[in-house]
Design a protein around this ligand. Structure first.
Ligand SMILES: [Zn+2]
Length: 146
């Protein structure tokens, strides 16, 4: 565990992402990713990327962590750490940004490289002009319905 004197819980979150990364089922790409999502009340849900032989069915670490949390009834989230084995800070893919936006628009996103260094972003900066449920309201379509 790295030393995060001002925020020990962040250290726990980063460790959880890095531990998850080691278990990644990146059997085709060898591109291991781990994620750890912290709820508003401090619970942590981790996930790693899970690849399929039908490549398009692969699911990223971020969505695995988020879906685990959602399926356990969690609805309020604070931040997510995403760990990779790259030198660069690897940002979530577009699909993950979209799903995180749908369920956790105020998320802080910590990108963790292989050296354990971090870069912090706001999700809203990673997905500008996002599509979301506000776009699903078609004038006239739902009038008169309850
Ligand atoms: Zn993704």
């Amino acid at each position: 565990m790295q030393n995060y004197p001002d925020d020990q819980k962040l250290g726990v979150l980063v460790d959880a992402a890095q531990d998850a990364k080691k278990q990644a089922l990146a059997i085709y790409s060898q591109f291991n990713v781990g994620a750890a999502l912290e709820t508003a009340d401090g619970r942590i849900y981790s996930g790693f990327n899970i690849e399929s032989s039908s490549y398009g069915l692969t699911v990223c670490a971020e969505r695995v962590a988020l879906f685990k949390a959602l399926s356990e009834g969690e609805r309020a989230f604070r931040r997510i750490a995403v760990a990779t084995d790259t030198d660069a800070f690897c940002s979530p893919c577009g699909a993950c940004r979209q799903v995180m936006w749908d369920y956790a628009p105020d998320l802080d996103v910590y990108l963790v490289n292989r050296a354990g260094k971090m870069e912090k972003h706001q999700l809203r900066d990673l997905i500008p002009h996002a599509f979301d449920n506000r776009m699903l309201k078609v004038p006239g379509k739902d009038e008169g319905k309850k």
